[in-house]
Design a protein around this ligand. Structure first.
Ligand SMILES: *[C@@H]1O[C@H](CO)[C@@H](O)[C@H](O)[C@H]1NC(C)=O
Ligand SMILES: *[C@@H]1O[C@H](CO)[C@@H](O)[C@H](O)[C@H]1NC(C)=O
Ligand SMILES: *[C@@H]1O[C@H](CO)[C@@H](O)[C@H](O)[C@H]1NC(C)=O
Length: 485
């Protein structure tokens, strides 16, 4: 039994392990369906990833929308009891939750009054040169308002515990770039606060990819060391600070681009069940829950730098793209095997390679991206593919071939405005499907790709609306969805 700080010396006679459960149950986290607001257009609720998802409900925390909140019932009593217990100091000065109440109200207002702007295709962003294209967002006014509220209010506390390379560090090249860049950006970001009483969310700056690298055992599938590290980290933070226990982890988040991120997060039950998990490997069949978790894009910076070939101010137009669709990549996983079996070397105007002369990331690879109208992005060993982002950079319309994949930023972006989804069953008709799309449709998709490009770009330091801020915004939305009493 760990008696450390237990009861703050209030003489907790029955403070044994069995007593802790009910106190945890008192931490009521009410749900606010801000996420589902993004699906509301003109009063019509459309089905989206969020509403389709299965909410985890295990008693203490409910992420399901709660339509009514009884002000004076159980909640108030719980609030009072908690205040007493934590001496009112545990939850800061109440300012944090107050901030969120105001942000929610502002977003709701933007949704209610936002109907008018939908007639125009551009939304002017105060303080920003580039307007947003309304076509690519689920709810443009709600997104902009929510983003501005995030900029105005959102503060994240980054735990200091731990040493590089496992913590406060991460890979800044290769397919795990997003992980390392986010972790390092977070250390210096203006969103970081050193005062945990002011924080709306708490970040664990550990890198699963670096753990795989440095804690690796000879047996390739043994992840017990990773799980042990994560569990130990969370336990240590939970005993040294009051914040984890206060919310049972619901306002905490971790981020990983490694395939093993989801598996490693299971090392700690509350981390897995309650915390916001930001993953590249956003596979709903492996427990990814879009209502609570955040899908982040996989970005492959082979050498750590943005590929020069894709850095041109103007990418080739449609007439300069002789190829219908392009793919090059290894025989990883069932979907790619099927794609290669059906299409490898079959049609000259649809080049599909297993091994491109040179290698992915080489000159040929980029020139194919720039000369194709569609770029095929099948899942590999995991659901995410760096090809999606490469296609967007090259202004080539991504063709998503995946199962159980929650696409990055699909909480706010309408992927149908800038990509095509093809199921595995449809692969035999792939060419037919793409050829059947009218030119007007292709133009629309390409305009969409151009409009979302800024959301997938990594900047150092980060810039407004870039990938770092879009990830933060997705975390912000999940945090808005819960209230910690
Ligand atoms: C929307 O447009 C109508 C008609 O032009 C106008 O009366 C109304 O005030 C507008 N609403 C908002 C929120 O701008
Ligand atoms: C949080 O709860 C854990 C498990 O019950 C306990 O060991 C830890 O001491 C608590 N932390 C604080 C700061 O009270
Ligand atoms: C998603 O998860 C399921 C269940 O573990 C697995 O069978 C499937 O292969 C995964 N998808 C990919 C593309 O890895």
């Amino acid at each position: 039994m760990e008696r450390l700080e237990h009861g703050h010396g209030h003489g907790d006679g029955d403070g044994d392990g069995g007593f802790r459960r009910p106190t945890l149950l008192l931490i009521l986290v009410a749900a606010f369906p801000i996420l589902s607001f993004f699906a509301i257009n003109h009063g019509i609720v459309s089905v989206n990833f969020q509403t389709k998802s299965i909410a985890i409900n295990h008693g203490t925390i409910s992420h399901a929308p709660s339509p009514t909140i009884d002000g004076d019932s159980a909640e108030q009593r719980i609030r009072k009891r908690k205040k007493k217990k934590l001496g009112g100091g545990g939850g800061g000065d109440g300012k944090v939750e107050e901030d969120l109440v105001m942000a929610r109200a502002a977003i709701r207002n933007a949704i209610i009054s936002g109907g008018n702007s939908s007639s125009s295709s551009l939304l002017v962003v105060p303080g920003d040169e580039t307007p947003l294209s309304t076509a690519v967002y689920r709810n443009p006014t709600a997104f902009l308002r929510s983003y501005e509220e995030m900029e105005r209010r959102f503060k994240v506390y980054v735990y200091d515990e731990g040493e590089p390379p496992l913590v406060h560090d991460g890979p800044c090249k290769s397919i795990y770039t997003t992980e390392g860049r986010f972790i390092s950006e977070m250390e210096y970001s203006g969103v970081r606060t050193r005062n945990p009483a002011k924080a709306h969310a708490f970040f664990f700056p550990f890198s699963v990819t670096n753990m795989v690298h440095f804690l690796h055992r000879p047996t390739p599938y043994d992840i017990t060391k990773l799980r042990g590290f994560l569990a130990g980290y969370v336990r240590s933070v939970a005993s040294n600070h009051p914040f984890w226990n206060r919310s049972a982890g619901a306002d905490h988040f971790m981020l990983s681009c490694h395939d093993w991120g989801p598996l490693a997060s299971r090392g700690h039950r509350e981390l897995y069940e309650n915390s916001i998990l930001a993953f590249c490997n956003a596979n709903t069949s492996e427990g990814f829950n879009p209502r609570k978790d955040v899908s982040i894009p996989e970005i492959n910076l082979y050498s750590g730098f943005f590929p020069e070939e894709l850095h041109k101010p103007v990418a080739p137009g449609l007439t300069a793209r002789p190829y219908l669709a392009f793919f090059a990549g290894g025989r990883h996983g069932a979907i790619r095997q099927e794609l290669l079996r059906l299409w490898k070397g079959k049609v000259p105007e649809m080049p599909v390679f297993e091994y491109l002369p040179g290698r992915p990331g080489g000159k040929d690879y980029y020139s194919f991206l720039l000369q194709s109208r569609f770029c095929l992005c099948p899942s590999g060993y995991e659901v995410a593919s760096p090809r999606v982002v490469e296609a967007v950079y090259a202004e080539c319309v991504p063709v998503i071939v995946s199962e159980s994949y929650v696409l990055p930023f699909s909480d706010v972006l309408r992927w149908e405005a800038f990509s095509v989804a093809v199921t595995v069953e449809e692969l035999p008709r792939l060419r037919e499907i793409l050829e059947a799309l009218p030119v007007t449709e292709l133009r629309r998709l390409r305009e969409g790709v151009k409009a979302v490009k800024r959301h997938f770009v990594l900047n150092s330091p980060a810039k407004r609306f870039d990938v770092f801020h879009m990830i933060l915004h997705s975390v912000w939305l999940r945090r808005l969805n819960i209230k910690i009493l």
